[in-house]
Each structure stands twice: as C-alpha cells, then as structure tokens.
Design a protein around this ligand. Structure first.
Ligand SMILES: [Zn+2]
Length: 408
C-alpha cells in the first residue's frame, strides 16, 4: 500500500465504509438474482503529502465501461454551471475561432456545446462509449479514450496544442495522477491555461459528505495536496476559486511554471494559509470523521425503520452515485425505500446496485403520494425541492440525510 502521489507507505486509515458494489452499476431486472461483486470502500491518508486516497484499485476500464450510466446533461443546475463557466473563461482568455479547447472527461458534451455555440473549436476526450456517442450526436468532436501522457504525446505529434484544457471532476477519477498531470503539461500551449474542478476535501470533512466517497473516486484533494501534485509536473496554480458545486469544490487555474504572463493573485497563498491554520498537514485534522459518519447512519436507519413500522410510504429522488454509498453503508433496501425517481431515462426501469431499489419515472411520486421523499443528491436539494413542491398537497415532506438528518 503506497501513496499514488509520493510513493510513501500508507499507514493511516481515514474512513472504512464497508463493502459495496460499484456505484454506477445499475442492474436490469434479469440481473437481480445474480450475485453482485461487493468491493471494500476504504480511504487512507498519506502522512507525507496528506493525500486522502483509496487503495483498493479497480480497473478504470471496469468502471467507465461502454454502458456507463452517468449523463451530465440531466441536471439543469449543472448545465447552468457549465454555461456560466464558458462565458467567464471565454472572456478571461479572449478565446475565439482560432483557439483550441480540450475537455477531458467531456461526458455527453454538456459543457463543450456552449463553446461550439461561440464557434470556438473543441475536442472532447471521453472513455465511456455510450456517453461519448451522445456528445457526437450534438456535433462535438470526441475521442473515445482515457487521457494520459501518451495520448497527449500523440496529440502534439498531430500538431494539437490546447489554449484551454478543462478538467471538471476527473482528477479524482484517475489512478495514475502523476502521469495524468504530466499529460496536461505536454498538451498545453506555451501561454495556455488549464482549469481543474474537484470536490474539496475540507468541505467533505467539515460537512460530513462521506457519501461522495465511492470506488470511482481514487483521490480526495485539499489545496495543500493538489498543489504538490501540480507543481511536481512543472505547472503553477495562478488563481483559485471556491465553488458551491458538489457540496463545495475548488476551481484551479494553472499555467506553465515558466509562464510569467500570468502573475499570481493573493487567492492561492491565502487558501494555503487557511488550510495550514486548520492543521491540513497534521493527522489530527483527519481523525474523528468516522464517528460523525456513524451518526448519520444510525439516525437515517432509525427514521426509516420507524416509518416502516407506522406504514408510511417512503420514496427517494435522484439515483446519483452518492446515493448508493449512503444506502449501502446504512444497509437500506427496497423494504425501507420503495422506489427512487430519476429524470434520466438511462436509469429508469433499472435497480440500484446493492440495495435493489427500483428506479422509476417521476410520475410514480404523483401516483403513489409518498409521505416522505429522501433527497439523495443533497447538493442539488434546492432544485429538487422546487421541482417536487407538489408533494405538499398531500402533506408530503422531504428528508435530507447529510450532513445530518433534516426533515423539511
Ligand atoms: Zn503521499
């Protein structure tokens, strides 16, 4: 067990969430009797670079396979986030029809479509074939491949250097992070910019967001840990923003270390100082998380058992990956939550891995009128409570399980 960044032996457990199936492996009805593969979900902290990480490596090819179920375009708030970003960065970097934008893990083209609207040339890189097909059908040029340093090499041999490389929620999904960041360095034009977004470890710890831990996420970054990974490959963080997405994320702006056209602003140094003040480079900061997580489990499980005894119907909304970590860790099945509604037709008529809760269309909520609707993707709870406001007509209430059980 060695650290994927610095190579030092991993000796300290951060959290053990037991065993669960891969979070995005939804089951068809004829797969329900087949024994599922349960894999340990356990994170360690490196006492040298303080990168929080998974040791049990799953082959990414097994996870991001041809029928991967996550399509970015089914969340309206995520689309809005992407569109705002494209406007901001186009202006900031003065991108135009002579520029070249590459997005890694471009999914169904949820983001690149907004660059195309501005006539800015784009290339998506997306390993999941069915998701990449959706992007291609929108006219987005997409390579169906995993990004690494060797792909970057091939691209520059073909004369492709990027003015902008967008990496939203992909760094955490990459086992070989040093090779990946090295690839970014190679592909980036001399005065180009990389933006990286990822869920922020400090928010994960402080807001108790243990359900954002799943097998697809190999690493969990603080600014302190990610800075070391980036600088080692000859890139520099010249700006940073805190975002509200995914319960709290960071957006980093990177350039080549030697690019002096982009002076540092105070943000990065300030954030590093804040992190050092809370003890980001001390093991103490990471201890005690397991106790907070156990409390979420017992309060949610007790609540659901009580509703079951009283004969109240409980449903859920949002078949997101984080829901599966929560349900499987808490030992919740289709006896406690009757069904989960989701807008994505790619998920409907399937069953959640492990818990076997059926995924249905939203119309089921209107039909069955559940007393409680558990919101699994709590990061978009405002969007969901507005959308399902009609459950108030029959006295329905929402249940938000994280950071602590809340009924609204
Ligand atoms: Zn390390």
């Amino acid at each position: 067990m060695i650290c994927r960044f610095c190579g030092k032996e991993l000796k300290h457990l951060f959290i053990d969430l037991g065993e669960s199936p891969l979070a995005n492996s939804l089951l068809a009805a004829n797969q329900l009797d087949v024994k599922e593969e349960f894999l340990p979900l356990k994170l360690f902290i490196c006492d040298n670079c303080f990168l929080v990480q998974q040791v049990e490596e799953k082959d990414p090819k097994q996870i991001f396979k041809s029928d991967y179920a996550y399509f970015s375009s089914y969340s309206s708030s995520w689309l809005e986030h992407a569109s705002n970003y494209v406007n901001l960065i186009t202006e900031k970097l003065e991108l135009d029809s002579d520029s070249f934008v590459v997005e890694i893990a471009s999914n169904d083209g949820y983001l690149l479509q907004y660059f195309l609207d501005k006539q800015i040339p784009v290339l998506g890189i997306e390993p999941a074939e069915n998701v990449a097909e959706a992007a291609k059908s929108k006219g987005i040029n997409t390579l169906v491949q995993f990004f690494d340093a060797s792909l970057a090499e091939t691209m520059i041999d073909e004369g492709k250097h990027a003015d902008l490389i967008v990496c939203n929620n992909v760094l955490a999904h990459v086992p070989a992070i040093n090779d990946f960041v090295h690839g970014l360095k190679k592909l980036l034009k001399q005065d180009g910019v990389v933006t990286l977004e990822f869920p922020y470890l400090v928010d994960l710890i402080e807001q108790n967001q243990f359900d954002t831990i799943y097998h697809e996420h190999y690493s969990y970054f603080s600014f302190f840990s990610v800075k070391q990974i980036i600088e080692k490959q000859g890139l520099r963080i010249f700006d940073v923003e805190k975002l509200k997405t995914h319960g709290g994320s960071l957006r980093l702006f990177l350039c080549h270390t030697e690019d002096d056209s982009r002076p540092d602003v105070p943000g990065p140094a300030q954030l590093l100082k804040e992190e050092l003040e809370i003890g980001i480079n001390k093991l103490d900061f990471y201890s005690g998380f397991d106790k907070k997580v156990e409390k979420v489990r017992s309060s949610l499980k007790d609540f659901l058992l009580k509703q079951s005894e009283q004969g109240n119907l409980v449903a859920a909304y949002g078949a997101a990956a984080k829901g599966n970590t929560l349900l499987n860790y808490c030992g919740i099945n289709d006896k406690l939550i009757a069904f989960v509604a989701d807008a994505s037709p790619h998920k409907q008529n399937k069953f959640l891995p492990g818990s076997h809760i059926p995924v249905v269309d939203e119309s089921q909520i209107k039909k069955d009128k559940p007393t409680y609707v558990v919101i699994l993707p709590w990061n978009i709870k405002e969007e969901i409570t507005q959308q399902l406001e009609y459950i108030r007509e029959w006295g329905g209430k929402f249940v938000i399980p994280v950071p602590e059980l809340e009924i609204i």
